[in-house]
Design a binder for this molecule. Structure first.
Ligand SMILES: NC(=O)c1ccc[n+]([C@@H]2O[C@H](COP(=O)([O-])OP(=O)(O)OC[C@H]3O[C@@H](n4cnc5c(N)ncnc54)[C@H](O)[C@@H]3O)[C@@H](O)[C@H]2O)c1
Length: 302
């Protein structure tokens, strides 16, 4: 059987046996999914976040299910927080084999309205954060004889999209950080890679876009190449977790300084009207847009 979604596939419960993984931004969304997948693959995790209650809850759920999971408070924008966070994680796990730099924030809005403090706050979390993280984890990873760092970028780190200037700049920066760090740390057996997902977790967008607009946004954006049951195959957090788990594992020991795109073909290209492969795609998009228009009209009437 072809497993169309990672949740259909059974994780190898021993793939990450012996792995000791620190994951930032793990209270929810992608980070929480990565933590769950690492644990179900036999690894031990420390979930880190500014939302301590959130990571405590996630870690308790994983521990109750028999996994090895703990929570720490870590603010990725703060150097001292990184130093104590890595020390604590190393203590809990008995060493460190991997760091997943996942924490990030989003800001959507017009370029001309962007306030400097907004841009700075975003870059502090999304770019300064992983940079400090790579530096803070290096010594522990060297003590381990090497390891794997995975930085979560985005398709926004591969392309440009309207309303996302600061976020896009930060995610391109994460890819640059990844390549430069891979060059420096390869001599210690430390691999550094970037994962570039498309929209897998609408919660991140929710504060900016009401659900109808988000729906329209998703439907009118470039279409992913993959289609399943007549609908675009959208990525979910499990897809990202699957890729991260592989990059942490010994199966990826030949990979460093690289981008791993998880977007069901969203960034592969765009369709050329009238050319083979476009017609059915175009009809599908029209149907989806009509559905959104009807739902919007119904909402306006209500
Ligand atoms: N949401 C998507 O569809 C999507 C698409 C592409 C890439 N990504 C990337 O995936 C990663 C996770 O995104 P998500 O959708 O799970 O986001 P999310 O908003 O659901 O979760 C982000 C987590 O980061 C934490 N966080 C924020 N600031 C922090 C800080 N200073 N220190 C420590 N933790 C902090 C938050 O408390 C939260 O738990 C991000 O790097 C994001 O850019 C997400």
């Amino acid at each position: 059987m072809i497993a169309h979604k990672p949740s259909d596939a059974t994780p190898d419960p021993e793939r990450l046996t012996g792995s000791k993984v620190l994951i930032t931004g793990a209270a929810q969304g992608v980070g929480a999914a990565i933590a769950a997948r690492v644990v179900s693959s036999g690894g031990a995790v420390v979930l880190a976040d500014v939302n301590f209650e959130g990571v405590e809850q996630r870690a308790a759920e994983l521990s109750d299910a028999g996994g090895s999971a703990s929570a720490i408070l870590l603010d990725v924008t703060d150097d001292a927080s990184w130093a104590s966070g890595v020390e604590r994680a190393t203590e809990i796990l008995g060493g460190l084999t991997s760091l997943v730099n996942n924490a990030a924030i989003l800001h959507l809005g017009p370029l001309e309205d962007m306030a400097a403090d907004h841009v700075e706050a975003l870059l502090r979390v999304n770019l300064l954060g992983p940079t400090l993280g790579v530096r803070a984890a290096t010594s522990a990873l060297r003590d381990n004889g090497g390891g794997s760092i995975v930085n979560i970028s985005s398709v926004a780190g591969l392309e440009g999209r309207n309303a996302t200037v600061a976020y896009t700049a930060s995610k391109w920066g994460v890819r640059g950080l990844t390549k430069a760090a891979a060059m420096e740390l390869g001599r210690y057996g430390i691999r550094v890679n970037a994962v570039c997902p498309s929209m897998g977790n609408p919660d991140m967008f929710a504060p900016f876009v009401d659900s109808f607009e988000l729906n329209e946004f998703m439907r009118t954006s470039p279409e992913p190449a993959l289609v399943q049951n007549g609908r675009p195959r959208e990525t979910d957090v499990g897809d990202v977790a699957t890729m991260v788990t592989w990059l942490i594992s010994d199966e990826a020991t030949m990979c460093t300084g690289a981008d791993f795109v998880v977007d069901t073909g969203w960034s592969a290209g765009s369709y050329i009207a009238g050319m083979p492969g476009w017609e059915s795609e175009g009809e599908r998009v029209e149907q989806q847009q009509a559905t959104v228009r009807n739902r919007r009209a119904a909402a306006d009437q209500a």
